[in-house]
Design a protein around this ligand. Sequence first.
Ligand SMILES: Cc1cc2nc3c(=O)[nH]c(=O)nc-3n(C[C@H](O)[C@H](O)[C@H](O)COP(=O)(O)OP(=O)(O)OC[C@H]3O[C@@H](n4cnc5c(N)ncnc54)[C@H](O)[C@@H]3O)c2cc1C
Length: 387
Amino acid sequence: MSETGRELPSRAAVVIIGGGCMGVSTAYALAAAGVGEVVLVDKGPLGSGSTSKAAGGVRAQFSDQVNIELAVRSLETFETFADRFGQEIDLHRPGYLFLLDSPEAVAEFEKNVAIQNDLGVPSRILSPREAGELSPLIDTDGLLAAAYSPTDGHCTPESVVLGYAGAARRHGARLLPNCAATGIETVNGRIVAVHTEGGRIETDTVICAAGAWSRAVGEWVGVDLPVTPLRRQVLVTEPVPDLPPMAFTIDFATTFYFHREGPGLLLGMSDPEETPGFKLDRSDAWLPRLGEAMARRAPALLEIGVGTGWAGLYEVTPDHNALIGTAPGVDRFIYATGFSGHGFLMSPAVGEVVRDLYLDREPFVDVSGFDARRFALAGARPEINIV
Ligand SMILES: Cc1cc2nc3c(=O)[nH]c(=O)nc-3n(C[C@H](O)[C@H](O)[C@H](O)COP(=O)(O)OP(=O)(O)OC[C@H]3O[C@@H](n4cnc5c(N)ncnc54)[C@H](O)[C@@H]3O)c2cc1C
């Protein structure tokens, strides 16, 4: 029996460890493809890891071709999500606007926009004046240009988890919140069971979707998943009367970003002095730097009171790109983790990819470059367009 008193299945075709956006999207994709006995376990409520802390941004503006393809495919799913899964996700598409204030950044984004356009993304470079029209609260002083894509936007991560979880269960998957995995049993390099707080589940396949906690899961089977937890905080303002429409705006140099959230704004920024660790408490250390970025790029925001805020974990890899693949050396351990702060927006497509890895089918995009061994073998594969 699990902690919640439910009967634990004694065996499964596959056990997914982690019930964030990656785990539930994968559970749905597998069950919908007809895979029986799909079991997912999460140590807490579904979506309670990084997914529920995400700012909800969904965009296809990346520098790495595979990220663009994963994001485009996911945007298509978000667009039809409510109809397909019967779950409203509050998708808004005001576009993403990257503000650029150095010639190097402009050159980099021009190159990225060309790659994105080749893959069907309608992104383009704008003048500072055009950027100001799309984001009326910014000060365009010192800006050289901006990159914009009108099909980017934001939606609600918890709703996406609910939609996938419900659909996975309707297709027969067993999703077990509050049931931590505690180990993986192997015999001669073959997985034979997953141990959980609620008991042992016999299986020959494990999918690691444990987000920031993945390194420990990999260690159970001797697989190095270089994922580091790094605290990231966001603030939500009080309601702002007469708030104009605006793009999801990011000051690329500082990573300061904001977008409309209900009647107010959600804002965030990276803290270069943050140190790795499973820190989920809020800290004020980042606020002076945030205040400086606001004063320079969107001084009007300094007049608005803060309503609430929270801290979550980025699941960072050495090159800020994901780890997706099937581990050699142990039969059969599949992983999809380390999305380095842009995983929510890729989760629909990643679920499809992991399903295909499980079924030994060719995924719609070649993810072999995201193999976790790349740091030891060919080297890193940097994604520069992260915030
Ligand atoms: C402040 C903030 C803002 C963000 N904004 C965005 C954004 O705008 N757009 C975007 O795309 N991404 C954003 N992200 C990143 C995004 O949240 C993550 O990339 C994404 O949620 C990763 O999903 P996941 O399913 O891999 O991980 P998680 O959601 O963390 O899920 C992993 C799950 O594994 C479970 N788990 C761990 N260990 C075990 C175990 N031993 N047994 C059972 N279960 C276990 C955890 O409880 C957790 O629920 C943001 C993140 C933060 C912190």
